[in-house]
Design a protein around this ligand. Structure first.
Ligand SMILES: *[C@@H]1O[C@H](CO)[C@@H](O)[C@H](O)[C@H]1NC(C)=O
Length: 184
């Protein structure tokens, strides 16, 4: 009896945590305050970071840089590949750019500063829809989901470090997964 009742409350707690984990999150680009710049090496590539994050609709991504010294351009895939800065979809140069993802799919960002995109200051963000659990894999390291999939968003791969998630959703998610393992 005691066991089943405590299982129930754990399950309840888990569900609450799962909902908290599914709430929109703010991500700092690259997980650090000064990541929007020409990368010092290929291993520093912003896309490596972006691939580890499961971006969802309504999440925000924050680009920090020195206003007037750099800018953020959202561009088409073609312009991303060719580093063409002449016809951006959106342009930001306020130094603390916070973009909101309002639809799923890829978002392409390049620096508007001459020569920066060519040197690797560019990033692709793949946004999955809130409900879709069969979206294209964002992270090659994503763990296979256990059970029937009832867990929903809680089994989504969490960011590499809790610090990436400003609102701490990643930590909650990790706690939820641990509790789920204890319960099931
Ligand atoms: C950039 O795009 C514009 C508009 O599509 C085009 O006219 C221009 O030739 C392109 N520039 C380069 C360098 O590809």
């Amino acid at each position: 009896m005691a066991v089943s009742s405590s299982s129930c409350s754990l399950l309840l707690l888990f569900l609450v945590l799962a909902f908290a984990a599914a709430a929109p999150k703010d991500y700092l680009l690259g997980g650090k305050p000064d990541a929007w710049k020409v990368p010092s090496s290929e291993s520093d590539s912003l896309n490596k970071w972006a691939e580890t994050v499961r971006f969802r609709i309504a999440d925000h991504l924050i680009f920090n840089y020195e206003a007037g010294k750099d800018s953020v351009l959202q561009v088409s895939k073609e312009d991303y590949v060719s580093c063409n800065t002449s016809n951006p979809i959106k342009k930001y140069n306020d130094g603390k750019t916070k973009v909101r993802f309002d639809h799923s799919g890829p978002y392409y960002y390049i620096s508007g500063e001459k020569g920066h995109c060519e040197k690797g200051e560019k990033v692709i963000v793949l946004v999955v829809s809130q409900r879709s659990s069969s979206a294209a894999p964002v992270s090659p390291a994503s763990a296979p989901s256990r059970g029937s999939g009832v867990e929903g968003p809680a089994v989504a791969p969490s960011p590499t470090s809790g610090a990436d998630v400003l609102q701490g959703g990643g930590v909650l998610m990790a706690v939820g997964v641990v509790i789920a393992m204890l319960v099931f």
